[in-house]
Design a protein around this ligand. Structure first.
Ligand code: IFM
Length: 464
């Protein structure tokens, strides 16, 4: 694995990129991310309606230990101290999401109390000088829309555009960058393709149709956001996966390509080339979605930025037919999720995209991080694996920038431990530890080092 100056230190050392690293640049944004259902709690308060995740969590056997986001990090009530915390850490950017069921009623009218929550939060962040990235849809679809077919119903895309209209009229001026969707791959594939996420349906044809309507929703929302909030950036966030072949055989190499088509090109091709990759339907025959005339033009409207979320790679072999099968590698470093730590995958994918898509917009790494079984000992959390993980992934980002990819910033996932979907509260991704009994926040060692690095950058730029 190629490491550079960032990772040549032991994990306990401060982050010290090489002097020529792009990470020192003043305009390279460093922040942290969260999402509404994962941190807010207060699911029944101030007129919030149920979301598909409330329903999914209440279904026995869907979420580890029967956990739910009902309380989560209680951020709805603790947002002021949470903002103070992220400001105290020196973070320059904060990526958050809005809970659609909190801000609109079932008839599409606005819910003032829900809107005011986000107004207060975003206004405070702006006052504190934080660059705000706001995601409109991080998976918490209002349940009443799911009851009418959810993302299988084309109407949902139009309701999403109405929601984007309301939010951008209400919040214009407080948002630096809007992302329409977070990780449509997860919404479509995990939600409708294998049922691991809400709404828990498992059908390949559903997955491709849900994806089409999600991307249509994105495309319909873009001009609305541009009209209502012209000075902000507009984009979308995709999770990407690295697939590597288990052997040099032609079949395994094709399997790795198919893996990346299914994970990456399924989303990026329609957005950046205006067409779904044909190989997707060789992999999943008979799953072509219903596409109406003009849809692909709407979906492929130019973006101001592309958000990239990266976590791990998957080693694959041919399944002996037309697809791929995972062959887990032995003896590699893994996280609490069981995901392989593989920073080179981030660099290689970013460089690959810059070759594949001539119109690749500026990129922000909108999520990167890892889960570990962190515990507080004498008031401290020494999360050495995360520190090492972050150094190596930042180094990979630096290498991609040096190779010519236009990457403008990096958001850690996550600001604090939170509700990790089907894994409940067991998996801890935060740079701040959360005690879910007392709601006490404890800054982990990784947060201290990120903070020191940002401070050092500030001092350097003032000296320059
Ligand atoms: O927690 C999630 C997040 O909501 C979306 N991206 C991946 C993270 C870790 O699984």
């Amino acid at each position: 694995m190629a490491h550079d100056a960032l990772s040549s230190h032991s994990s306990a050392d401060p982050f010290t990129p090489a002097a020529d690293s792009a990470l020192w640049r003043k305009n390279f944004l460093l922040g942290a991310a969260t999402a509404s259902y994962q941190i807010e709690g207060a699911v029944d308060e101030d007129g919030r309606l149920p979301s598909i995740w409330d329903t999914f969590c209440a279904t026995p056997g869907k979420v580890l230990a029967g956990d739910s986001g009902a309380v989560a990090c209680d951020h709805y009530h603790r947002w002021e101290s949470d903002v103070d915390m992220l400001v105290g850490l020196g973070l320059e950017g904060y990526r958050l999401s809005i809970a659609w069921p909190r801000v609109m009623d079932a008839n599409g009218a606005s819910n003032r109390k829900g809107l005011d929550f986000y107004k207060r939060l975003l206004t405070r962040l702006k006052e504190k000088g934080i660059t705000t990235f706001v995601t409109l849809y991080h998976w918490d679809l209002p349940q009443h829309l799911e009851d009418r077919g959810g993302w299988l119903n084309r109407e949902t895309a139009y309701r999403f555009a109405d929601y984007a209209d309301l939010m951008s009229r209400e919040l214009a001026g407080t948002v630096d960058a809007w992302a329409t969707l977070n990780e449509p791959w997860c919404s479509a594939y995990l939600g409708y393709g294998n049922g691991h996420h809400a709404p828990g349906l498992a059908n390949g044809r559903f997955a491709t149709q849900a994806m089409h309507h999600l991307l249509l929703a994105h495309g319909l929302a873009l001009p609305v956001l541009r009209e209502n909030d012209p000075s902000s950036q507009k984009g979308i966030v995709a999770n990407i996966g690295r697939g590597t072949p288990n052997s040099d055989s032609v079949e395994d190499q094709r399997a790795a390509q198919l893996f990346e088509i299914q994970h990456n090109a399924w989303i990026l091709d329609p957005l950046l080339k205006g067409a779904y990759p044909e190989a997707l339907f060789e992999l999943w025959p008979g799953t072509e979605p219903l596409i109406l005339g003009g849809d692909m033009q709407i979906i492929s409207a130019p973006l101001d930025f592309l958000g990239i979320n990266y976590y791990f790679r998957t080693n694959v072999a041919t399944d002996g037919a037309h697809g791929f099968t995972e062959v887990p590698l032995e003896g590699v470093e893994r996280t609490q999720m069981g995901w392989e730590v593989y920073p080179d995958g981030l660099r290689d994918l970013l460089i690959g995209f810059s070759h594949e898509y001539s119109n690749l917009p500026p990129v922000y790494i909108t999520e990167n991080g890892m889960a570990s079984d962190d515990t507080v000992i004498d008031g401290r959390v020494n999360d050495t694996q995360r520190i090492s993980f972050l150094k190596r992934h930042l180094a990979a980002v630096d290498e991609a920038i040096k190779a010519g990819v236009d990457i403008r910033g990096y958001f850690l996932w996550s600001l604090m431990d939170n509700f990790e979907w089907a894994f409940g509260y067991e998996r801890r991704f935060g740079i701040v530890h959360v005690d879910y009994v007392t709601q006490k926040r404890t800054t982990k060692r990784s947060a201290e080092l990120v903070s020191q690095f940002i401070e050092e950058r500030k001092e350097r730029s003032q000296r320059a």
